[in-house]
Design a protein around this ligand. Sequence first.
Ligand SMILES: [Zn+2]
Ligand SMILES: [Zn+2]
Length: 350
Amino acid sequence: MIEEMKAVTVYGPGDIRMETVKLRPLKPDEMLIKVAYTGICATDLAIYTGECSFVKSGQIKYPCRIGHEWSGIVCECGSEVKNFKPGDRVITDNGVSCGYCEKCLEGDYGNCLNNKSVGTIDCWDGCFAEYMYMPERHTYHIDDSMSLKDAALVEPMSIALAGIKKYDITSDSRVAVIGTGAIGIGAAVLAKHLGAKQVIIVGRGKAKLESALKCGIDAAVSTHDGDVVKQVMTLTDGEGVDFTIETSGGEETIMNSVHITKKHGTIALLAFYEKMINNFDIDAFVGKEQIIKGVMGEFGLVEKAGKIMEQGLPLNGIITHEIPFAECVDFIRNYKDTASTRIKALVKFD
Ligand SMILES: [Zn+2]
Ligand SMILES: [Zn+2]
């Protein structure tokens, strides 16, 4: 029996601490899972700084045990767990249903009336910790072919998939992705995987754009090389793209999305902006009769993204940093130092 563990909690803006916490008894439908890798997400950093809109709205409360991107190995199983045993390699959903409300009793866990989000809103204690509790209904086996390290990318890939699945991508589609974080590059890789004719990624730093090209994306456009809209228009023979996926969270990129997308095209916003947006050229948008969709992750996509990744996606180059758990608090405090090179930083547990 393991009695205590080290875990990282944000107590308020700028106040992050690693501490020793006691483990509680396992519920019958739960497993205790030893965390192998945890991804550091922009949302974790925004909770740490206090800039996160959900902190401001009161939906994320301190203290908050952050972390929602992870993989691990089953350690103990509750008495009702049927399909897992100690030693199994797993990933999980990023939300945890209650299991007893009317929706849960119908098996509709995605619409649970008492849902908790892992490491964020109505916080289910997150994965900046040596162990996680998770009900069996939210846990998935991973194939032997997938490493625990790659498995920690499944959750951000599930968000990328949420953006991509809004589109009917065909071999005629041109797609632009704005943003070179893990979700941006992931969305671009998925668009290629689904057979898009042309996928263009737009970003700032050359190093991250180079990593994106290594993942098989057709073209990269840098804001350092002049007008982004002109560059995309040139690459698309003056047509613009059918679909744009905006993942950067930058205010000006929403307007660029309108300009680089064709008439009747669709734009998915797959980021949080953490502020109100001004200077939106609404008439350009209306004139092009476009659709802008706000997109969040949704229940069921972690399992689907895991299955797609098991087919082998070219995601090499996304993991730019690997930090031992003991050093992760320092890494988060100094996260600005790695901003220009960091795509996905993973925390590795012993
Ligand atoms: Zn995330
Ligand atoms: Zn429920």
